[in-house]
Design a protein around this ligand. Structure first.
Ligand SMILES: *[C@@H]1O[C@H](CO)[C@@H](O)[C@H](O)[C@H]1NC(C)=O
Length: 237
C-alpha cells in the first residue's frame, strides 16, 4: 500500500535535488561579501541571493581579506568550486584600506595620494582574477561585485564629495581590471544605496565611526545587494 507513495516521494526528491543542483553560488573575498566586520555570514548578499534563486550558496569570504588571501580561500572552497556555476566576490577594498583612505580624505584632504594608491591596485587585481579563473571550470561564471557607494555627495561629513570620488576611482579601477581579465562585473550594485547612504535617515550602511560593522552594509543593505545580485545572475544565464 505504501509503495506508490514512496515512489512518488523519491521521484520528487530526485527532481527537487536536480533542480536545486543545476546552479550553485560560491562566494569568496572580503567583509563586504562576508557580511561585515561584526555580522554573521547568514545575512550576507550571496546567501540572500541564493535564497531568492533557490540555488545552494556557500560563503568563504572573510572580514579583513586582501588580495593575497584569495589563493587560500580558493583552496578552502575547492570542493564547492568544482561544481559551482557562479562565483561572486568583492576584493581590493582592504588593499586600498577603504576606511583609512576615506579618513585620509575627510581629515587631510589627501585625494592625490589615495587616488594614486587606488589606481596602482589594477595589475594585482588582474592577476587575482586570473587566479580565480584558474580555480574554476571554464563554464563557471565569475562576477566581481562593485563596492557600494555608501557615501553620498552632500556635505554631511567634511570632503564628502571627495570621498565619493575615491569610491568612483576604486570602482573604475576594478571595472578596468575585470575587463582585462575577462570576467563579469556587477556594476549596478555601486549605486543601489542611493538615498540610503551613511548619515541618511534610513541608512543601508553602518557609520564609519560605529564600534562594530563600521562602514559596512546592515541587514537592509545586504538584502538590497542580494536582490540585485540574484536578478543579475538570473538574467545572465
Ligand atoms: C596620502 O595617502 C597616501 C596613500 O594612502 C599615503 O601613502 C600618503 O602618506 C598620504 N599623505 C599624507 C600627507 O598623509
Amino acid at each position: 500500500m505504501l509503495a506508490p507513495f514512496f515512489v512518488l516521494l523519491s521521484l520528487s526528491l530526485i527532481i527537487g535535488s536536480y533542480e536545486q543542483n543545476v546552479n550553485s553560488i560560491v562566494a569568496i573575498g572580503d567583509s563586504f561579501t562576508g557580511a561585515g566586520s561584526g555580522g554573521g555570514v547568514t545575512k550576507s548578499y550571496p546567501i540572500v541571493a541564493g535564497n531568492i534563486l533557490r540555488w545552494p550558496a556557500v560563503n568563504y569570504a572573510k572580514g579583513g581579506a586582501v588580495m593575497k588571501d584569495i589563493p587560500g580561500q580558493l583552496v578552502k572552497a575547492a570542493s564547492a568550486l568544482a561544481s559551482a556555476t557562479h562565483v561572486v566576490f568583492t576584493i581590493g577594498g582592504n588593499d586600498l584600506g577603504v576606511a583609512n583612505s576615506l579618513l585620509q580624505v575627510i581629515l587631510a584632504n589627501n585625494i592625490t595620494g589615495v587616488t594614486q594608491k587606488a589606481k596602482s591596485l589594477k595589475p594585482q587585481l588582474v592577476s587575482t582574477y586570473n587566479r580565480i579563473k584558474a580555480a574554476v571550470r571554464p563554464q563557471t561564471k565569475i562576477y566581481a561585485v562593485a563596492y557600494v557607494d555608501f557615501i553620498s555627495v552632500g556635505n554631511k561629513i567634511p570632503n564628502e564629495a571627495s570621498c565619493h570620488k575615491i569610491m568612483d576611482i576604486l570602482t573604475d579601477t576594478i571595472k578596468e581590471a575585470t575587463q582585462e581579465a575577462g570576467i563579469a562585473f556587477i556594476e549596478s550594485v555601486k549605486t543601489c544605496f542611493v538615498g540610503h547612504e551613511m548619515f541618511s535617515s534610513e541608512p543601508f550602511v553602518d557609520s564609519l565611526f560605529a564600534s562594530t560593522n563600521a562602514a559596512h552594509p546592515n541587514s537592509k543593505g545586504y538584502a538590497k545587494i542580494g536582490e540585485l545580485v540574484a536578478a543579475h545572475l538570473l538574467l545572465d544565464q
